[in-house]
Design a protein around this ligand. Structure first.
Ligand SMILES: Cc1ncc(COP(=O)(O)O)c(C=O)c1O
Length: 383
């Protein structure tokens, strides 16, 4: 007899991009070159200053457990970041260091919602939101978006969503790179406030922005939970470190949860993250490269038959409508990988219902790789 399996873990879907990465690795193991446009992470390591701080901490620090909410110096530095970057006053007491933003989501969801609560989110969107919600017995309520609303939720869409308890917003968005401006963010935050809906604002791609204004929910709402990370702009994915900004009444509930779930966040990563704030020149250099890559693909992909592209305002993704080329994005992506050696992510990862006709192209790699990808796709198109 086998042991019990929970229904809620069965409700969690796989992350399909992981399957694409496995197929790409198999092709490479067979000796073929693959251009990786499927990856959702910077191709660069942590900035030099962060690496130096980590090396120094290894020699000088015990790397033991630390305070559940994060080391005070890092919470203070994040608070200063809000003053410098957004001109916003966010006391360090409201900053909570987390194990990547991924570690922040379950803490925020558990502190804000009860089992059965309904949380709205844009489709297409980052798949882990709905999967974490499912694992916690929370109901994800899709807000289908389109190019007309720049793939972002609107007040009109919220009015039609029925009773909801929360809204997850991601600006810039994964997979579309689109953003809400300050006025739109304020309208959404005000609607949430009026209706007793908790706004969760995923700001993990802040810092990687090419056009438009970068507004944080802390500027327009006293009740929003802001999620951020050192993974993207700071180029520190594997260090698994991020943060939350929460209203004062959520600090203690989240402290209790994190004490019990994690004890504390990796100490070495906290030392490194603290130093990463002083590495802006290096990090801004990465953003300049992403911009060059974005422009190169926006100009080059149409010559290869991909001409229905969402211009990314931020992040490092282009969402491509390929419904004129396929009605099965999974099959299309695996054929593109097999025949052209270019790996991309099928849209069904981000939009179960409508992603059969879309794919996500990541331009986080090198500019030479982007040029090679366009060359390969043009040749593939001719076959
Ligand atoms: C929109 C969004 N939020 C959150 C995450 C999770 O990132 P991390 O846990 O590394 O902070 C990702 C990762 O790709 C993402 O794209």
């Amino acid at each position: 007899m086998s042991g019990k399996l929970s229904r809620r873990s069965g409700a969690v879907d796989p992350f399909i991009v992981m399957d694409v990465m496995a197929a790409a690795a198999e092709k490479e193991a067979a000796g073929d070159a693959v251009i990786h446009l499927e990856v959702g992470q910077p191709s660069t390591p942590a900035p030099k200053g962060a690496l130096a701080a980590a090396r120094a901490a290894l020699d000088s620090d015990r790397i033991g457990y630390v305070a559940a909410l994060g080391i005070p110096a890092l919470r203070e530095r994040i608070s200063r970041h809000y003053r410098e970057f957004y001109g916003a006053d966010v006391p360090a007491e409201r900053v909570i260091v987390t194990t990547g933003s991924s570690g922040g989501f379950p803490l925020a969801f558990l502190a804000c919602f009860d089992a059965g609560d309904r949380v709205a989110l844009a489709a297409p969107g980052y798949p882990a939101y709905r999967n974490i919600l499912a694992a916690l017995n929370l109901e994800a309520v899709d807000l289908p978006t389109s190019a007309a609303d720049r793939f972002q939720p609107t007040v009109a869409a919220l009015e039609k969503a029925g009773r909801i308890d929360g809204l997850i917003l991601a600006s810039p968005s994964n997979p579309t790179g689109t953003m809400v401006d300050r006025a739109e963010l304020k309208a959404l935050a005000d609607w949430c406030q009026r209706n007793g809906v908790r706004l969760i604002s995923d700001e993990i791609y802040h810092g990687i922005v090419y056009e438009g204004e970068t507004a944080s929910a802390v500027e327009v709402s006293d009740s929003a939970v802001v999620v951020n990370s050192f993974s993207k702009y700071f180029s520190m994915t594997g260090w698994r470190i991020g943060w939350l900004v929460v209203p004062p009444d959520l600090v203690r509930p989240i402290e209790r949860l994190t004490q019990n779930f994690f004890i504390s966040v990796p100490t070495l990563s906290q030392h490194a993250a603290l130093a990463a704030f002083e590495c802006r020149d290096e990090l801004d250099g990465h953003v300049r490269r992403y911009r060059i890559n974005r422009d190169l693909l926006m100009a080059g992909l149409p010559t290869a038959g991909f001409d229905r592209l969402t211009p990314a305002q931020g992040a490092f993704y282009i969402y491509a409508d390929v419904s004129h080329l396929t009605n099965d994005s999974r099959e299309f992506c695996s054929r593109m990988l097999r025949e052209a050696g270019v790996a991309t992510t099928p849209g069904v990862d981000f939009d179960r219902a409508r992603g059969t006709g879309t794919l996500r192209i990541s331009f986080a790699g090198s500019t030479a790789e982007m040029e090679d990808a366009v060359r390969r796709l043009k040749a593939w198109q001719r076959t």
